[in-house]
Design a protein around this ligand. Structure first.
Ligand code: E4P
Length: 217
């Protein structure tokens, strides 16, 4: 399973990239706003900066919500860097835009997926990725990891090449859950990835090794 970093924070992207386990980055308008990135040129330069830090697919979300606007913006974003993946919301206009962009060879990530039916439409339109939102489903009492597994199974059964990119990951258990049900990618903030390292027996074992190392000097 690939790991994408789910942030627009350049310092965190650098830190995560230095771990050597990051395969891409996802952003959305909320994450960009959190970093104070605003204005067309500033946003475009921010994406170029992200592409220079991580050599992998970088999702850049369109701000338009109408078909024509999403296509124009998607084409323009895709021209920024070969690794840009145009992120499009799962609406009727979005599905049309994905179909058009895919027919022009532009990679897309269909976002705001909360059902198998939405994922199916995105895959049929030719999306490169679908992003089911695990944490937001859990927030409303549903099971986000279960949805990821259902989409993985349906895509495998019918041979859709669209990759399942588990999004809205909140903790290390979500990552492991997505791994177990066969997600192609999990996009996460840095902390849940770092939390995968934590185990009390690792800490305890390291303390013992340190004490015994003293006896070897
Ligand atoms: C990334 O593709 C999604 O936009 C992101 O994971 C959403 O995460 P959130 O539900 O924590 O806002």
């Amino acid at each position: 399973m690939k790991f994408f970093l789910d942030t627009a924070n350049l310092a965190q992207i650098s830190q995560a990239a230095s771990l050597g386990v990051i395969d891409g980055v996802t952003t959305n308008p909320s994450l960009m706003a959190k970093e104070g990135v605003s204005g067309r040129e500033v946003i475009r330069n921010h994406y170029i900066a992200i592409c220079s830090l991580v050599d992998g697919d970088i999702s850049a979300e369109v701000l338009a919500t109408d078909y024509e606007g999403m296509v124009v913006e998607g084409v323009s974003l895709s021209e920024l860097h070969p690794n840009i993946v145009v992120k499009i919301p799962c609406t009727a206009d979005g599905i049309r835009a994905i179909k058009t962009l895919a027919s022009r060879g532009i990679k897309t990530n269909c976002t705001l997926i909360f059902s198998v039916g939405q994922a199916l439409l995105a895959a049929k339109a030719g999306a490169s990725y679908v992003s089911p939102f695990v944490g937001r489903l859990d927030d409303v009492g549903a099971d986000g990891v279960e949805l990821v597994g259902q989409i993985v199974e349906v895509f495998a059964r019918y041979g859709y090449p669209t990759q399942v990119l588990a999004a809205s990951i909140r903790n290390a258990a979500h990552i492991v859950g997505c791994l177990e049900v066969g997600a192609d990618v999990a996009t996460c903030p840095l902390q849940p990835i770092l939390d995968l390292l934590k185990h009390p027996l690792t800490d305890k074992g390291l303390e013992i090794f340190k004490l015994d190392t003293e006896k070897l000097r």
